[in-house]
Design a protein around this ligand. Structure first.
Ligand code: ZN
Length: 166
């Protein structure tokens, strides 16, 4: 697939999303949980160098959990969450032995056998990473244009001047 085709696929996916307004990561995650009928839990953990990513999505039969590096800025955390949400939306799957070992260290409360069952046999491909990254950026950009703060900024002033808002 060419970069342009990937972009088109990603744009189509994001434009089909009914992004919450006003937009927030929490609202988006809540909305997706309801739509999918599967709760999405977000946990911040000190991932460090345990895996070669800042975030991780684990799917069980009943729910999805996104693990986010805790030692980073809020802005970066939100981007990581969007990135992992994008993997969920694309239904990307991820696994390899190295990650399995890292996960076992990271999440000692979960048995290695269970983790193994949670993960499928393929790694994320570069293409999947591209799709996730692009969708994360597009959601962010779309959210910014669709959900201006109602009471501030030029639009608020205009609305007040036009008598739309008191
Ligand atoms: Zn990724």
């Amino acid at each position: 697939m060419t970069t342009r085709q990937v972009r088109k696929r990603c744009e189509a996916l994001v434009s089909a999303l009914d992004l919450p307004s006003p937009f927030s990561i929490d609202a988006l995650v809540h909305q997706l949980s309801v739509q999918r009928g599967r709760p999405i839990h977000i946990h911040t953990v000190p991932i460090g160098s345990a895996i070669s990513a800042c975030g991780l999505w684990i799917a069980t039969s009943t729910h999805d959990t996104i693990y986010v590096e805790e030692k980073t800025t809020r802005f970066h955390q939100e981007h990581i969450i969007l990135h992992e949400v994008a993997h969920i939306l694309w239904d990307h799957r991820f696994s390899d032995q190295e990650s399995l070992g890292a996960l076992t260290t990271l999440l000692p409360s979960i048995s290695p056998d269970l983790i193994k069952r949670l993960l499928t046999r393929t790694n994320y491909t570069t293409g999947q990473e591209q799709e996730a990254e692009l969708v994360a950026s597009l959601i962010h950009a779309t959210a910014r244009t669709r959900a201006p703060s109602p009471s501030t900024g030029v639009r608020g002033v205009l609305e007040a001047a036009l008598g739309i808002r008191g």
